[in-house]
Design a protein around this ligand. Structure first.
Ligand code: RBF
Length: 158
């Protein structure tokens, strides 16, 4: 995987500004919740660490990653939200659902970014197995939730 050599919790300080008045929406998928709960914790704690206020972070859940696109759109269309973070974990199985869901959510989130001219961050792990997902949700490769939150901040200070 592309992320195998990168620690997802390491980042530069470039384009990181004052987010104390910024408002964030986080949408998290319940599928593979042992992983997505950790992604949510990473994203939430990273926003707070950089100065976001708890009352300025809206958290919503959806059943699976396929639902992230529409839920992200519902958050992105809100004028009181500056950036959206979509979190999910899609694990390769025996069916072709992996390809369909991964492709659909990647395209869907891209479209929401462009439609609302607002950062909507793709914080979705797509892995071969659960162990790889655990490694990337607070394990040896860091936490994609951290990376997603940092990416949201960096986009706000582009
Ligand atoms: N959602 C995920 O977020 N991650 C998955 O790994 C995942 N795997 C799925 C595998 C199958 C066979 C099915 C039917 C659904 C899966 N979903 C997964 C749920 C999907 O994103 C969506 O919520 C449902 O397909 C809606 O009915």
């Amino acid at each position: 995987m592309a992320s195998s050599l990168k620690n997802l919790s390491e980042y530069s300080n470039k384009n990181i500004g004052d987010i104390s008045q910024k408002r964030f929406g986080i949408v998290v998928a319940e599928w593979n919740s042992e992983v997505t709960d950790a992604l949510l914790k990473g994203a939430y704690d990273t926003l707070l660490k950089h100065g976001a206020k708890e009352e300025n972070i809206v958290i919503k859940t959806v059943a699976g990653s396929y639902e992230l696109s529409l839920a992200s759109q519902w958050l992105a269309e809100r004028t009181d939200i500056d950036a959206v973070i979509a979190l999910g974990c899609i694990i390769q199985g025996q069916t072709r659902h992996f390809d369909f869901i991964s492709h659909a959510v990647a395209i869907g989130i891209t479209e929401v970014n462009l439609k609302y001219n607002k950062p909507v961050i793709f914080g979705v792990l797509t892995t071969d197995n659960l162990a790889q997902a655990i490694d990337r949700s607070g394990g040896k490769h860091g936490n994609k939730g951290d990376e997603a939150a940092i990416t949201a901040i960096k986009m706000l200070f582009f």
